[in-house]
Design a binder for this molecule. Structure first.
Ligand SMILES: NC(=O)c1ccc[n+]([C@@H]2O[C@H](COP(=O)([O-])OP(=O)(O)OC[C@H]3O[C@@H](n4cnc5c(N)ncnc54)[C@H](OP(=O)(O)O)[C@@H]3O)[C@@H](O)[C@H]2O)c1
Length: 260
């Protein structure tokens, strides 16, 4: 049985990853802060698919949390697929959030992805097999949110994944990397961040399981970037190719009076 390690596996996209991978016959290592939620997920997956699941509670904004996961990747039984999914956003504009909260966002969205990917690639390239799927966002392709570090953190994931995934060192070792760029997806993300869900309109919201299935198909097909759904492929094209002043005009501005 191949083994997949999924971060942020207790809710939203991570929970959907765990379900779809269990369905596909993977054994699982589930990471998030809430041990009780992870145990519940593990029991559900055992009942539904007979999945062998390891629960690894860790706060990935901390050195100790990252070390617990990298140590499992480096020294435990082989991990065939790493899904760096855990991530957060803030609802308030940059100057109101405070540097400490912004740094926590970067610790989770960027530093943890760097550390876990480093551990995974070290063992996978030495072994000559394995895959890493990093969850970014369409928002990382351009100035989609103003007064926010979130798009910058996701831009880093996209550039990082493309840079390593297309490199000789990773490709010649038979290791695959994909950055998954979802658009608005129904999860707990917006609720947790305090971001209103009245925008965008219902037709723009994606289903978490469909996003996950697309991402895994694109990873299997060797695509470095995966943008689920035609709607967001169009949005991604716009963010990449429209002149930046035009995309800035239609961006979601957290500091605008409408959001206060
Ligand atoms: N939903 C969207 O519209 C959307 C769109 C584009 C990209 N994304 C990206 O998709 C990924 C998953 O988001 P989601 O929408 O599924 O969010 P979600 O429903 O809020 O789930 C977030 C998961 O991350 C875990 N987590 C949060 N802080 C953590 C920490 N410090 N250490 C370890 N785990 C932590 C949470 O569990 P605990 O609280 O128990 O730790 C939970 O399992 C994120 O990277 C997000 O940026 C989401």
């Amino acid at each position: 049985m191949p083994t997949a390690l999924v971060t942020g596996a207790s809710a939203g996209l991570g929970r959907a990853f765990a379900k779809v991978l269990a369905e596909q016959g993977y054994d699982l290592i589930l990471v998030a802060r809430s041990e009780s939620d992870l145990k519940e997920r593990a029991e559900d997956l055992y009942r539904a698919y007979g999945t062998d699941t390891e629960v690894l509670p860790a706060d990935l904004t901390t050195d100790d949390g990252c070390a617990a996961v990298t140590s499992r990747i480096r020294t435990g039984p082989p991990v065939d697929l790493l899904v760096n999914n855990a991530g957060i956003g803030h609802e308030r504009p940059f100057l109101d959030t405070g540097a400490a909260a912004e740094e926590r966002l970067l610790d989770l969205n960027v530093r943890a992805v760097l550390r876990l990917t480093d551990a995974a690639l070290s063992v996978m390239t030495a072994r000559g097999s394995g895959s890493v799927l990093n969850v970014a966002s369409v928002a990382g392709l351009g100035p989609a949110w103003l007064s926010s570090t979130y798009p910058a953190s996701k831009a880093w994931i996209i550039a990082f994944t493309e840079s390593l995934g297309a490199s000789h060192q990773v490709k010649s070792a038979g290791v695959r990397m994909t950055a998954l760029l979802p658009g608005y997806t129904r999860t707990e993300f917006h609720q947790r961040a305090g971001i209103p869900t009245s925008f965008p309109p219902p037709w723009l919201w994606l289903d978490a399981e469909r996003v996950v299935r697309r991402g895994l198909r694109d990873l299997a097909a060797g695509r470095v970037l995966s943008v689920p759904s035609l709607r967001y492929k169009v949005a991604a094209w716009g963010l990449r190719h429209l002149p930046r002043p035009v995309s800035r005009l239609v961006a979601w501005d957290l500091s605008a009076p409408a959001h206060s």
